[in-house]
Design a protein around this ligand. Sequence first.
Ligand code: TXA
Ligand code: MG
Length: 426
Amino acid sequence: MDQIAVWQMMIREALSVQIGPRAAEGTGRLRLTFKRNKLCYNSGKIAGHRRCGSLSYLAKLRIEIMKKTSTAIWRAADGNERAADAGDAERRIAEAAAVLREGGLVAFPTETVYGLGADARNSAAVARIFEAKGRPSDNPLIVHIAHIGQLEELLLPYPELAKRLMERFWPGPLTVVLPVKPGALSPLVTAGLSTAGVRMPDHPLALRLLSLAGCPVAAPSANRSGRPSPTTAGHVLEDLDGRIDGVVDGGPSGVGLESTVVELDGERTIRILRPGGVSAEALRAALPEALVLEAEDGREAPAAPRSPGMKYTHYAPQGELTLVQGEPDRTAAYIQAQEAAAAAQGLKTGVLAFDERLDRYRADLVIGFGSERRLEEAASRLYAALRRFDEAGVQRIWAEACRPDGIGEALLNRLAKAAGYRIYEA
Ligand code: TXA
Ligand code: MG
């Protein structure tokens, strides 16, 4: 019997044998949680986490069993695996696919960020996504597919322009919002809209999983709502361990920022709803005949969002973040002065800056974005950096802005959101 089964048996026994009517008058409230094969408890009376105590002690408390799901980890890092390991990886993916088909919640790597997947036709499964994330139900989910053929049963006829986008950018970080066939998806996926965002991710493990599952998979980013999106399986577990059935661990995701979400207006206009892995320049270069309109909420707080997800403050670190833009020397001087003033007040400070100026900062935690000539690297580091500031308990953070070129547009969009649109022009 594994450790969890032993504890489950002990708790059942404690509940039936020792928790009598007096338990209700117990000395506190006990929350039991399973974490990495260990039973932890905490209550208002006992601070922190400890290993489970004696049964007689448990009997004094009112018991609440919280997280019952144990989250599986399917290690399937792609790339330089030996043939034997590749066979193991395939078996693990097949297991994860079976869990998806049976209505489970499986987190998986994509080239952008890790997604939290469920069968998009199964409302009970999709409802669990919203519950596990704590996500508002009016924010629709992106539907992931492995083969173009899957679109036939999901979508109503759509513009040629969409087909050209798919040919050019799929598999890849582009989500296209298109009219959905009534009844083809759970209404929870579309949040009641007549459209759905669809995408084919460019990640071998994601494509294999989606292909073996054989169903359209609804998948938001695999973080608790309001937390930075996860770019590793470890981030997924930080937020969702015990709340989901499993995670496929494929190592760090590549792009590090979510897909670009676009909607089409007829055969000529592409409107970017959320900037992401495919830049406006790349869309223009691929389809010169189309008019590409940039995201309304680029770096300003949105007025009337066209995409429901745009109205929520996402990606916020626990500390107060300010995005500083302007000429590099003035930017650095402003951050130095602000940081010194905050430190003098006894606040824990952090700076997120490009390597070119990294040595100018004296904050408690200084995190490098890489060189400002390689914004792809900065994009892939952003969310992990925000999580590190939280772990370190940093209270005030300043981030250097970048050029709005290519992936820089999406990077600035996420930084502005993380800052709650607190932007200083140096
Ligand atoms: O890269 C990504 O897109 C990742 C990976 C896992 O694929 N997924 C992701 O999902 O970022 P999520 O749920 O965090 O963001 C989905 C965005 C939201 O802003 C949502 O409002 C928008 O897509 N969206 C989804 N369906 C839509 C629709 N029918 N119309 C307009 N916007 C839609
Ligand atoms: Mg998200």
